[in-house]
Design a protein around this ligand. Structure first.
Ligand SMILES: *Cc1c(COP(=O)(O)O)cnc(C)c1O
Length: 361
């Protein structure tokens, strides 16, 4: 069995230790005589799994007591609707559009109320983060929405927008647990876990308690009400049990690695290896403004579509998988999430170096 270096944007690489542990527990979870996939979500043994996962996440992110942690289904995309349905009390929200995911969230919100696009970087193919220090925030905005790390374009908010006192809602799908965060700056932090934490099918929502209420838009389905899930500690219906169990293991792995500060330092080190190479390469170049570069998703191009395709093909043959850029931008993208070992990035750079020597005209 040979494992590849998997640079997929998501679903993405998971820590090998976690996969091995899950494999070892597959047939008999801690003497229960069954797999976690087979057990009741109302059982004592499963209750311990979900409670421990929540406790570990709270510890890692230093989540204050007045925030709820919800483990939900429907992916990040379902939150595009759930957020306006639950939070648009005045029917108004401001969106900062820095990529496809933010754009989709904005378009979805337009179906439920008055969504204002108050800033965008679409004029330059989302290759930068706009200045958000003094935006025209709406007087009656219920929240200001951002996508904090733009998975497809490889940009990241290094400073949060000045929301002028309005609630900040952030999609952190592709930077979840990649560095320390100050939860108190947000009303809602949410993300699909398949980028940096676990298997697809789980979305984690961290939401300040005062934002949870029965006062939601008319017609909001029961399953899309934060209050229903918060009141039931994420066990209103059957949660994505196995996915949550894997997330819990990843939380423990991050703790064993030294927590979010250590994760950040490792991620900076990995990203720097790749960005330094791109900055000095005569063949490859990065596609986003330097100060807005993501630590997680690194897009790059040669400037020649045929050469890009040749690179992706040869890289795959050499054991570097999923380097093709998103279909909307082309080129290449290396996603180097928490679980990508530094050796994977070093090996990729060595391969790019060799490719450059062989292909530079
Ligand atoms: C992948 C991704 C999504 C969509 O996630 P789904 O779980 O497929 O709905 C949303 N936002 C960001 C930032 C993403 O990276």
């Amino acid at each position: 069995m040979a494992r590849v270096y998997n640079f997929s944007a998501g679903p993405a690489v998971l820590p090998e230790e976690v996969l091995k542990e899950a494999a070892a527990e597959m047939l008999d979870y801690k003497g229960s005589g069954m797999s976690v996939m087979e057990m009741s979500h109302r059982s004592k043994v499963y209750d311990n799994i979900i409670k421990e996962a929540e406790a570990d996440l709270r510890e890692l992110m230093n989540i204050p007591d007045n925030y709820k942690v919800l483990f939900l289904q429907g992916g990040a995309s379902q939150q595009f609707a759930m957020i306006p349905m639950n939070l648009m009390k005045n029917g108004v929200a401001d969106y900062i559009v820095t990529g496809q995911w933010a754009k989709k969230a904005y378009q979805e919100a337009c179906m439920y109320g008055k969504a204002n696009k108050i800033a965008s970087s679409e004029d330059k193919t989302f290759s930068y983060i706009p200045d958000c220090s003094d935006l025209p925030i709406s007087e009656d905005a219920d929240y200001v929405y951002i996508c904090e790390n733009n998975t497809i374009y490889g940009t990241k908010f290094k400073t949060l927008p000045n929301t002028k006192g309005k609630t900040l809602v952030s999609d952190v799908s592709s930077c979840f647990l990649s560095e320390p965060v100050d939860v108190t700056k947000y009303g809602v932090i949410y993300g699909g876990v398949q980028k940096n934490i676990g298997p697809a099918g789980v979305v984690i929502v961290i939401i300040r308690e005062d934002l949870i209420s029965e006062d939601v838009l008319p017609g909001t389905p029961t399953m899309l009400r934060y209050k229903v899930h918060a009141d039931a500690d994420s066990l209103y219906n059957t949660p994505p049990c196995y996915g949550i169990y894997i997330c819990g293991k990843v939380f423990k792995w991050i703790k064993s690695m030294g927590g979010l500060q250590a994760m950040k330092e490792l991620n900076e080190k990995k990203a720097q290896i790749l960005y330094d190479f791109l900055d000095n390469s005569k063949l490859f170049k990065g596609t986003v403004r330097k100060e807005d570069r993501s630590l997680m998703n690194v897009p790059f191009v040669t400037g020649d579509a045929d050469l890009d395709a040749k690179f992706v093909k040869e890289a795959k043959a050499a054991g570097f998988e999923n380097l093709k850029g998103h279909r909307s931008v082309g080129g290449m993208r290396a996603s180097i999430y928490n679980a990508m070992p530094i050796e994977g990035v070093e090996a990729l750079v060595a391969f790019m170096q060799k490719f450059e020597e062989e292909n530079l005209k």
